[in-house]
Design a protein around this ligand. Sequence first.
Ligand code: MG
Ligand code: MG
Length: 289
Amino acid sequence: MSIFKRRNAIEAKTEDELRAMRKAGLVVADTLKLAREQAVAGVSTGDLDARAEEAIRSAGAIPSFLGYHGFKGSLCISVNDEVVHGVPGDRALRDGDLVSVDCGAIVQGWHGDAAVTFIVGGREHGRPEDLALMDDTESSLWDGIAALRVGGRLYDVGDAVETSIDQALLRRAAQGVVQEYGILEDYVGHGIGRQMHMDPQVPNYGVTSSGPTVPAGATLAIEPMVTLGTIETRTLEDDWTVVTTDGSRAAHWEHTVAVTTGGLWVLTAHDGGAAALAARGIACAPLLD
Ligand code: MG
Ligand code: MG
């Protein structure tokens, strides 16, 4: 390794390391599926968190958020105008709440990190603008992921996310559903591996520079956060929960992705990303055991 290794360079994992990270990714995928199923009206975010911790530990994994810089949960659960880093507690969920759940797990020292957004009680309880926000943010995540390729430039991800959101807004505005989308700039995606947050940062929005070149074996967490209004946020007195300053609701979607010469392997998606990548003409390339 060069002593001039740049802080911005992206670490490359071996195929065996990617297989190990897939194990952590599947624990995260399973835990998020469970949290989503259990997030019904009347359940508290603290209850959801306790069940998630149990699920993670019974899978032989460690919850990476718990104790991270003092965080008091295994999930971040962010409701309505809370964007990210929501602290689980006594809050009871209500039908129609727009909930983002972020989960991290460690298996044999390797990390997985992913987030989903859903409506409590199902889509029929969602406001039209919340459904649009949720769906368009998820699409922007996949469009950002689809911009990754070996030899490509990392900041193509943010360009793709921003283009996706811009085009979605045009469609929604024409339908009269959404007037404004804001892509957060204060919080970004990141490299991931033996640690949850590794260099480089991955902006979820377009920037003027092109960023580092993506090597084979790169593993990256892509995670757009989009609001129905401002991109200005503040942190609540719990020192964690990030809310929009204008009270607008927010969505957050995230996956941990491996980039290989064969294509992409979305480590935190049960299908490895096959369906969403196929819809975008991108090869899904899971490694066999
Ligand atoms: Mg996360
Ligand atoms: Mg992350």
